[in-house]
Design a binder for this molecule. Structure first.
Ligand code: AOF
Ligand code: ZN
Length: 363
């Protein structure tokens, strides 16, 4: 068995923590002795043991002389828990194979350095790309203090998100819609505009069979505080709801929203609307490391225009809707020339049921 084999095992263990560790990373660790796995662990929940400690605690044999595979550099700082490097050194592990350095400025390289200074052999970079992809949210958040923003769209083959009458349920098939709930499980918050609340009255929670679900915080962009007080997002308490208004919103609207139990966040006005840059800073301060935008065309364009989107996920249904007034996924004014179009990189594509999913990143 080679290093990649055991690192893949560590990455798969790390994935078990999806949705439960935010804003901390997804980490898995595997301990191998004489070619045999003797301990496994992963970071199960925010604030609890790191993966390395769980793997050491779960080891079925003496780990003296063994190799640890872990997808993130072991930590060297005192945070919610003591430094993992101390426990690794004390345990007698002789080699640590790491997929990627920790982008957290309080660790970045220090964990590796301490291991080496204590005579351990360290190998860095095994399945680095896969590890970076798994922790794309953590990398962005820990290095900028702002959430990783995913823009999700479900559209027809001819680029419509509704018919000319506004009928939009459902464009994509059941399987693609289930995948959206996996995305909701992954992120800390989900964002829509008040018009979506008025028209669709969604719950914006996570509904998945078979797994423990975590509902993202619901964020509603509502410059003037027009949200209907009877809407589902204000009356189902699966998770908190933050209604984001501008400082132009009427005081009585703010009070009425607060009375329902919803939280109101006030931002400065930019172009007559919520100042999105300001909002991202505030969400980061509240440890919201990731945001899924399920808004309409106006909101999608605003986020793209402000260069706040990190990743897009487009579900394309094999349907043709037509109609010059039928809504499209990105509206607003658009760009003037093709040279100004938003280019995506690292594109991947797959089929989910009969729908196509395209993922890409913004530079
Ligand atoms: C984790 N889980 O398995 C590893 C982490 O807030 P703390 O004390 O739990 O520390 C979080 C930091 O520890 C995190 O930002 C990352 O730098 C490092 N490694 N964190 O939550 C883990 N290995
Ligand atoms: Zn640690």
């Amino acid at each position: 068995m080679n290093d990649e084999y055991f690192m893949e095992m560590a990455l798969n263990l790390a994935k078990k923590g999806i949705g439960l560790t935010n804003p901390n990373p997804l980490v898995g660790a595997v301990i191998v002795k004489d070619g045999k796995v003797i301990g496994k662990g992963y970071h199960e929940k925010y604030g609890e043991n790191h993966a390395e400690i769980n793997a050491l605690n779960n080891a079925k044999e003496d780990v003296y002389g063994a190799t640890m595979y872990v997808n993130l550099e072991p930590c060297s700082h005192f945070g919610n828990v003591p430094p993992c490097v101390n426990r690794i050194i004390e345990s007698g592990i002789k080699k640590v194979v790491i997929a990627m350095e920790d982008p957290n400025p309080v660790v970045s390289g220090k964990g590796i350095q301490i291991l080496k200074e204590n005579g351990l052999e360290v190998k860095v970079g095994v399945l680095k790309k896969e590890a970076e992809k798994l922790n794309e949210i953590f990398i962005k958040y820990i290095s900028t203090g702002k959430p990783f923003v995913i823009l999700k769209v479900a559209m027809s083959l001819d680029g419509k998100i509704a018919t000319y009458t506004g009928d939009s349920r459902w464009i994509t098939d059941k399987r693609a819609r289930e995948y959206v709930h996996i995305l909701r499980q992954r992120v800390s918050a989900i964002l829509v505009g008040v018009n979506t609340v008025i028209v669709d009255d969604p719950m914006l929670n996570t509904r998945l069979n078979n797994i423990e679900c975590k509902d993202p915080i619901r964020i509603i962009l509502d410059s003037h505080g027009r949200i209907p007080l009877k809407s589902n997002v204000l009356n189902t308490n699966s998770s908190n709801t933050i209604v984001v208004v501008t400082n132009n919103a009427a005081e009585e609207n703010i009070k009425a929203i607060e009375k329902t139990g919803g939280e109101v966040m006030i931002t400065p006005v930019k172009d007559g609307k919520v100042d999105l840059q300001f909002l991202m800073g505030k969400l980061g301060e509240r440890k919201i490391d990731s945001l899924l935008i399920e808004g309409g065309g106006e909101i999608n364009f605003s986020f793209l225009k402000e260069k706040l989107v990190d990743k897009v996920i487009f579900f394309i249904a094999p349907k043709i809707i037509g109609g010059e007034t039928s809504k499209t996924p990105v509206e607003g004014k658009g760009v003037e020339y093709l040279k100004d179009a938003i280019d995506l990189k690292d594109i991947t594509m797959c089929k989910i049921g009969d729908d196509i999913m395209v993922e890409g990143y913004l530079s």
